[in-house]
Design a protein around this ligand. Structure first.
Ligand code: NDP
Length: 501
């Protein structure tokens, strides 16, 4: 049995994670609920979370409302707002090690992997600040004697909800696409992983963000989350999480006609053609499913291998999967850490029996990893009998690869598309026509050709079908988070009918 390296407390962890409203922690009310925050590597309690009830959510929305209706943020000169967003970037960079450590300890993501995410997170504030500073309107003069000016205004107060699999990156993407235009927000991260996000929101304030622009409430989805998304003071909802929750949120939003942007689940095909550069395809298939401990919306979790190369490719995939270093996420050698919480680990493991019952062959893994504690799952791979199997159709969200064989490209594309999801697709082939055909015919929001995930902030990101509604990206975020206003001026006094004259 391997042992888990003891964690050093390099940075202080607060005892009780609280909301942050108007830049401060609200008073602790008697009778409030504290929920445990547990380190997935050691299974020890790290801190507790004070759950925000409906009254606290109300205070957070009121703060965001005040900051929007009368505060400086939406009224600020764009250069001043941009300076604050740049200061946020700099301060996040300066605290990258601390944030990475909190993410690693709180979520179990390997430190080496998280460090890269910290740089991307800081960059996203800079990127959307740039977009905001070049935002422009339109003018129409075609109608003789008239000038019509179209301007963009911030939309108001957003409810932003983020999941636990990459808390800092995903919460930051929600904030960075929302506030640069002058909006304010209330953010609710997942109750399982609140530590790093709480520190990040503090850092936003240390960098000069005016109080009330970003408020934080913590708690369970059914308590804090649902109070937030159904609050009458909210003007829009940006949500990243599972498809079932996204459906509930859209239903709640529909009752109040509040617009929603949803980034949801996936079950993306990773097509390995016989014409691929096999070494790179093998690396890409492993990264595609095992990065981020397999807890990725855009994982290439259905690996479709052309039958002529399947025996060789699958054998090598399995051999590499067996060699993956599972362990303490703080160790620089670790490639896969623990899953984020116990119930999730149990859910991932339950798919081993589901796979067997549907005729799949277990190729490797399938058990809790032999470490003395922690919610570790062995890197797992199964060969499915058919794309109809649950392991091909359901998002497992762990280090669990499902492989399938195909004969022709027609068949691979049909399998890729036979899914209720449509977040992403990966194709490995050195043949240009094959790659282009997959790009055209796979019904998904992003197609990566001969590469694992590369996030291009300039391009829209989001899903077809049940993988989402709307996109993150400069143009789409402007559309979602701003209102368009047309103002019409006559260049000369226009003739008017004089009623009653
Ligand atoms: P969930 O849908 O369970 O939760 C997401 C967030 O919503 C959490 O903060 C949760 O709170 C909250 N929530 C739950 N119920 C409600 C409710 N009724 N009203 C308001 N908020 C609610 O997803 P997970 O956290 O399990 O995240 C994993 C999912 O996220 C996967 O399906 C993954 O594919 C998807 N995802 C999508 C991405 C994309 O860009 N498309 C990126 C990353 C993940 P709590 O956890 O506290 O209950």
């Amino acid at each position: 049995m391997n042992s888990v390296v003891a964690l050093n407390r390099d940075w202080p962890v607060v005892d009780r994670v609280r909301s942050l409203i108007d830049g401060e922690s609200p008073p602790l009310r008697a009778g409030g609920i504290d929920l445990p925050i547990v380190n997935p590597t050691t299974e020890e309690g790290l801190a507790v979370l004070r759950e925000a009830d409906a009254t606290e959510v109300d205070a957070a929305v009121a703060s965001a409302r005040r900051a929007f209706d009368t505060g400086p943020w939406p009224r600020m000169d764009i250069n001043e707002r941009k300076d604050i967003l740049y200061a946020i970037r700099d301060r996040l960079r300066a605290h990258a090690d601390e944030l990475a450590w909190l993410e690693c300890v709180g979520v179990g993501l390997p430190l080496a992997h998280v460090r890269g995410q910290m740089q991307r997170m800081a960059r996203s504030y800079e990127f959307f600040a740039e977009v905001a500073s070049t935002l422009h309107g339109e003018a129409y003069t075609q109608a003789k004697g008239w000038l019509t000016v179209v301007t963009r205004e911030p939309k108001g107060v957003a409810a932003l909800i983020a999941p636990w699999n990459a808390p800092l990156s995903l919460a930051s993407m929600r904030i960075a696409t929302c506030i640069p235009w002058g909006n304010t927000c209330v953010l609710k991260p997942s109750e399982y992983t609140p530590l790093s996000v709480r520190r990040m929101v503090e850092i936003l304030h240390e960098a000069g963000l005016p109080p009330g622009v970003v408020n934080l409430v913590n708690g369970r989805g059914a308590v804090t989350g649902s109070a937030l998304v159904s609050h009458p003071g909210i003007d829009m909802i940006g949500f990243t999480g599972g498809t079932a929750t996204g459906r509930d949120i859209m239903t709640a939003a529909g009752r109040r006609l509040v617009p929603v942007a949803l980034e949801l689940g996936g079950k993306s095909a990773n097509i390995i053609c016989a014409s691929a550069d096999i070494e790179r395809a093998l690396d890409g298939a492993l990264v595609g499913i095992f990065a981020n401990n397999g807890q990725q919306c855009l994982a290439g979790s259905r690996i479709l291998v052309q039958r002529s190369i399947a025996p060789m490719f699958i054998e090598r995939f399995v051999e590499r999967a067996r060699n993956i270093r599972v362990g303490d996420p703080l160790s620089p050698r670790t490639e896969v850490g623990p899953l984020a919480y116990r119930a999730h680990m149990e859910r991932v493991l339950s798919y081993v029996d589901i796979a067997r019952a549907e005729g799949a062959q277990l190729l490797t893994g399938g058990r809790r990893a032999a470490l003395e504690r922690g919610w570790f799952v062995e890197p797992t791979a199964v060969l499915a009998a058919s794309n109809d199997a649950r392991v091909c159709q359901e998002e497992i969200f762990g280090p669990f690869a499902t492989l399938l064989e195909f004969d022709t490209l027609d068949e691979a594309i049909a399998i890729a598309n036979r899914s209720r999801f449509g977040l992403a697709g990966y194709v490995w082939s050195e043949d240009f026509a094959t790659a282009m055909r997959c790009s055209r015919e796979i019904r998904a929001g992003t197609i990566w050709i001969n590469t694992p995930m590369m996030r291009e902030l300039r391009a829209p990101f989001g899903g077809y079908k049940e993988s989402g509604v709307g996109r993150d990206g400069p143009a789409s975020s402007v559309d979602f988070y701003t209102e368009l206003k047309s103002t019409i001026f006559p260049l000369d006094p226009p003739p008017m009918h004089r009623y009653g004259a």
